[in-house]
Design a protein around this ligand. Structure first.
Ligand SMILES: C[S@@+](CC[C@H](N)C(=O)[O-])C[C@H]1O[C@@H](n2cnc3c(N)ncnc32)[C@H](O)[C@@H]1O
Length: 501
């Protein structure tokens, strides 16, 4: 029976899509219902009908799923950032693991249930993101607001305290909003391309407690009236009698240094201390990113530092990273450490191996592996990421790594054919589209004993595993690691071993 637009009907939700909509069927016809949870019996309204499937809006939950919970975030549905908040965390983990195993079976032709290890969930699935970007605008009453763009739109859903972000974000945002109201600093207006402050970027080193605040502005820093007051207020937020010293006035020991910005007195810059490593929050950098373009790209590449060194320091395992506004860095550092530990375990290193780390980004996995390998070679397409990787290696005194800038599918064949490179272990951590066929083909030719595949998309992982297992390899171990609670995303690590070993 074909249903018409706006018709109300009942449906039981039996599955969930990759984008988090509930999936149910009526007379063999598939419905996608946003905000519905597996196990719910719901009343839904037809929004759009296609040939074999349709979209419907959740009107009423008639019988809730045993896994349904009240989303703790008041704007969970309108914001759209978390697709699974109405599902208990335990069920989210089961859902993600099931999705990965289904894709491996359906797309990869691989039944991995016997060898699969239990998913690594988070101890606390909230406040796990170390990076947040908040657009700034005005509400209908003209009050300055911060929040998030509602899914696929540019209208701001007001939110002062996203539950995925660092708990300090709310106070930082309130401080910036109050300063803007008080000093008449206008938020950016997209329609007219006027106003100054577009976004606020906040990054926090979870292990060190160091915080970076960066205002994205549509103009010069001098247009940010009384910026020194903003800096002073931000620095005072988590000061609580330490660090800057009680009673010190802003100009007394710190001052504005043309070109370097506000600095922290005679010692200058910030020095990493043991105190920091206890993780107590403290703002160590305030900066502006200049973005005058009418564009969807949020950060402008020109960074002007107002206070501090321009970056924060954080650790994954024992490796230290310097993170600036533009650096790529994993958003969930606690789970990243667990993910990399798994990759390291699967790599089975003894200290004698040559390892290739393809799609290496800023070299986070490479540096982790280098601690137990003879040599690690990283390959990454983005030159700035390779610059960061080299600097990180140097700062950590790691000498047995080398990095190549370029496409993995070009660098690897070229090095293999020209320089006859070899690999005992290859680690790959590709973007969602997975590995390029030329890259996979070369990996097979190089015949490493082990391949460790780190994936953020189980469909392309399954496709690539099919190729590898048809060409002399077999899947020996595999495990999911949840880095993004509340959302549909999950990371997976698989150990693929050459069959003759
Ligand atoms: C999932 S991230 C891996 C990040 C890295 N493992 C880390 O933790 O820093 C994928 C990386 O692959 C890079 N990339 C995308 N296409 C590439 C290609 N064809 N060749 C090499 N690197 C590529 C991206 O720039 C990105 O840094």
């Amino acid at each position: 029976m074909r249903r018409e637009k706006n018709e109300i009907f009942r449906v039981r939700i039996e599955d969930m899509s990759d984008t988090g909509e509930g999936i149910g069927k009526t007379d063999g016809f598939t419905w996608f219902v946003k905000d519905a949870v597996i196990g719910d019996l719901v009343e839904a309204k037809v929004m759009k009908v296609k040939k074999s499937y349709g979209f419907a809006r959740l009107m009423k939950v008639l019988k809730p799923s045993p896994h349904r919970v009240t989303p703790p975030c008041p704007v969970a549905s309108s914001c759209g950032g978390c697709q699974l908040q109405a599902m208990s965390y335990e069920e989210q983990l089961r859902f993600k693991e099931r999705k990965v195993l289904n894709n491996l079976r359906r797309i990869g032709g691989l039944d991995c249930r016997e060898i699969w290890e239990p998913i690594i969930g988070m101890e606390d699935p909230w406040h796990y993101r170390n990076k947040a970007l908040f657009p700034i605008g005005r509400n209908k009453e003209g009050k300055i607001i911060t929040g998030f763009f509602a899914g696929r739109t540019h209208s701001i859903i007001e939110n002062t305290d996203c539950l995925l972000g660092a708990p300090e974000n709310a106070r930082i945002l309130a401080c910036i909003r109050n300063y803007m109201e008080e000093y008449g600093v206008a938020p950016y207006e997209e329609k007219t391309h006027t106003g100054l402050v577009r976004h606020v970027l906040i990054r926090k080193g979870f292990r060190t407690g160091q915080i970076l605040v960066c205002l994205v502005i549509n103009g010069a820093v001098k247009e940010l009236r009384s910026a020194e007051i903003l800096v002073e207020r931000l620095l005072g937020l988590f000061d609580e009698g330490r660090g800057l010293g009680k009673g010190r006035g802003f100009g007394e020991e710190r001052g504005f240094d043309e070109g370097r910005g506000f600095n922290e007195g005679k010692e200058g810059g910030h020095k990493e201390t043991v105190e920091d490593r206890e993780g107590r929050p403290r703002i160590v950098t305030v900066a502006c990113s200049i973005n005058r373009k009418q564009t969807n790209v949020i950060l402008g590449t020109e960074i002007v530092n107002l206070y501090g060194t321009g970056s924060i320091v954080d650790f994954i395992g024992s490796i230290q990273y310097q993170i600036s506004p533009l650096s790529f860095y994993q958003v969930n550092p606690r789970q990243t450490e667990r993910l990399y530990e798994m990759a390291l375990e699967y790599a089975g290193l003894t200290g004698e191996e040559t390892v290739w780390d393809l799609y290496c980004g800023i070299g986070t996995i490479s540096l982790f592996l280098a601690q137990r390998a003879k040599r690690v070679c990283g390959v990454e397409i983005i030159p700035q990421a390779i610059e960061d990787a080299r600097r990180n290696a140097e700062q950590n005194g790691i000498k047995n790594v080398g990095f190549f800038t370029g496409k993995a599918e070009e660098v690897l064949p070229e090095q293999y054919e020209k320089n006859h490179i070899q690999a005992d272990v290859i680690v790959v951590d590709p973007p969602r589209k997975g590995c390029d066929p030329m890259c996979l083909e070369t990996m097979i030719k190089m015949a490493p004993e082990r391949i460790v595949y780190v994936s953020c998309d189980s469909a392309t992982l399954a496709r690539d595993l099919r190729y590898l297992t048809e060409n002399g390899y077999e899947v020996r171990r595999g495990r999911c690691c949840d880095m993004f609670g509340g959302t549909v995303h999950v990371e997976t690590v698989v150990l693929i071993q050459r069959k003759d070993t």
